[in-house]
Design a protein around this ligand. Structure first.
Ligand SMILES: C[S@@+](CC[C@H](N)C(=O)[O-])C[C@H]1O[C@@H](n2cnc3c(N)ncnc32)[C@H](O)[C@@H]1O
Length: 254
């Protein structure tokens, strides 16, 4: 039987409680768009009836689109049960419930049979593990010839402005460049089929939704500092967003 809400959360998610409160109800929790997801999907050579998982699926922006487009079951895994509740409700509203299989779990140890996946999808989540450790864990889940389609925060400028450096030193000190990320992938035995940068509009659409949440929670106790930090991140992107962004990497296990 398809699992149903309320979904539990992994215990470590309590550390993220204020951010989850601020983001409650957002369908997308990071930069991205349907157009970018579909562009990446068009670059993935897949067998008929592929076995698919979306790791760090959040509220399901990509998982729902994958289910609708591929018409196969999508294992949608995230540590945040409240996001899976939103995903479940959206899947039900869109008639996709038989295909979307939400599961509370840890992307560092996803409890997916090794060597079983034809397609591993992940937007905006691998930075929680780090690019190299994440690829190392996830490649074990892939069948030979299986495809990984992953967005990752990436430096575009080898000499980024100080403001951007300071932001990312806090959030993701190990962030790599496209060249270093591609080299790591190849060293791990992954063939690079394609890579492309998300358009800046994907970031502005995400930040418009964040700003809406910031306004909605202007009076919510305990969120003022976080709201300031979000607005400062948006301003940093306005000033220095040419120097970093998300790159979609399409990789194939040998
Ligand atoms: C930037 S959000 C992206 C969510 C979604 N893919 C999207 O694009 O809207 C990162 C997601 O990773 C999840 N996450 C972070 N660490 C995780 C972990 N160790 N195990 C499972 N999920 C995790 C968060 O709960 C969050 O939903």
């Amino acid at each position: 039987m398809n699992p149903h809400p309320p979904f539990p959360s992994m215990p470590f998610m309590t550390a993220w409680a204020p951010l989850l409160h601020l983001f409650q109800g957002m369908l997308r929790r990071g930069p991205g768009s349907e157009a970018s997801t579909l562009r990446a999907l068009s670059l993935c050579p897949l067998p008929a009836h592929p076995k698919v998982a979306d790791l760090g699926c959040g509220s399901g922006a990509s998982a729902l689109l994958l289910a609708r487009t591929l018409q196969v079951p999508i294992l949608a895994l995230d540590a945040d049960g409240s996001a899976l509740d939103v995903l479940w409700a959206a899947a039900e509203a869109q008639g996709l419930l038989p295909l979307v299989l939400p599961r509370c779990g840890d992307i560092a140890a996803p409890e997916i049979l090794p060597g079983s996946l034809d397609l591993l999808w992940s937007e905006g989540a691998i930075s929680h593990l780090g690019w190299e450790p994440g690829l190392r864990i996830w490649r074990e889940l892939m069948r030979p010839g299986g495809i990984m389609a992953i967005t990752e925060a990436t430096w575009f400028d080898p000499d980024p402005p100080e403001l951007a450096r300071r932001l990312w030193a806090e959030w993701y000190p190990g962030m790599g460049s496209e060249a270093s990320n591609l080299a790591i992938a190849r060293d791990l035995g992954l063939e690079v089929l394609a890579h492309f940068r998300l358009p800046r509009q994907d970031w502005w659409d995400y930040y418009a939704a964040v700003e809406q949440q910031c306004c909605r929670h202007a009076q919510t106790l305990g969120l003022a500092e976080l709201i300031d930090a979000q607005r400062s991140e948006i301003e940093t992107y306005r000033q220095t967003g040419h120097s970093y962004g998300y790159t979609f990497y399409i990789l194939r296990k040998a």
